[in-house]
Write a protein that binds this ligand. Structure first.
Ligand code: SF4
Length: 197
């Protein structure tokens, strides 16, 4: 049976054949040459290891960024893939993790603290220092007002039920341990995680 080729397909096949046969004459194996293509794409990038922020599986990532640290070079993440050396995922990612590049570059991504003042319908951006000050002030005031050292039966409970904390699954074990200690030492019982770990 004769395969039917369009004129464009015919030229493509001829060009590919000439290219591979010429390389073969020069001593290059086509398989080795093709295997190099992926490495070229990432060869000039900086590798940074991180953890997928989405769920409690905690898959390891490698983020590849361009920009050599020079003043006029803007660093930019251009590729993310699973970390083959990570004990959790061994290089694999689910569709959410595989789409992390879009998450990072999304125009809707929140990168700075914002506050909506009482009675306002608008969110306004504030500096990190101000955000920390405000959070600490709110926590102190609320704890002073609502901390219970004993329950109605006179039993010592040392609890603070009017404030809750939501932690993040992308933290390390050590960060999670310290966060847990901090929250419990304040007497907070409402403590959860965005991944429900
Ligand atoms: S890649 Fe998927 S399974 Fe792994 S941590 Fe991210 S969301 Fe969870």
């Amino acid at each position: 049976m004769q395969p039917q080729l369009t004129r464009r397909q015919f030229f493509k096949v001829c060009a590919a054949g000439m290219g591979t046969s010429s390389l073969g004459v020069l001593g290059f194996a086509p398989n080795a040459a093709l295997a190099e293509v992926r490495e070229f794409k990432l060869a000039r990038t900086t590798e940074t290891r991180n953890t997928c922020p989405y769920c409690s599986v905690g898959c390891g990532l490698i983020m590849y960024s361009l920009g050599d640290g020079a003043k006029n070079a803007k660093a930019d993440i251009i590729h993310i893939e699973g970390d083959a050396d990570h004990p959790v995922n061994r290089g694999t990612l689910c569709p959410k993790g595989a789409a992390l590049l879009d998450f990072i570059h999304s125009p809707n991504r929140l990168k700075h603290p914002e506050v909506r003042e009482a009675g306002s319908s608008e969110w306004k951006r504030i500096p990190w220092d101000e955000a920390f000050e405000r959070i600490a002030r709110h926590m102190k005031d609320d704890r002073d007002r609502n901390f219970e050292s004993k329950n109605a039966g006179g039993v010592t409970v040392n609890r603070w039920l009017t404030t809750g904390v939501l932690a993040a699954s992308a933290s390390s074990n050590e960060t999670g341990y310290i966060t847990h200690k901090f929250v419990r030492s304040l007497g907070i019982l409402a403590f959860d995680n965005q991944a429900r770990v």
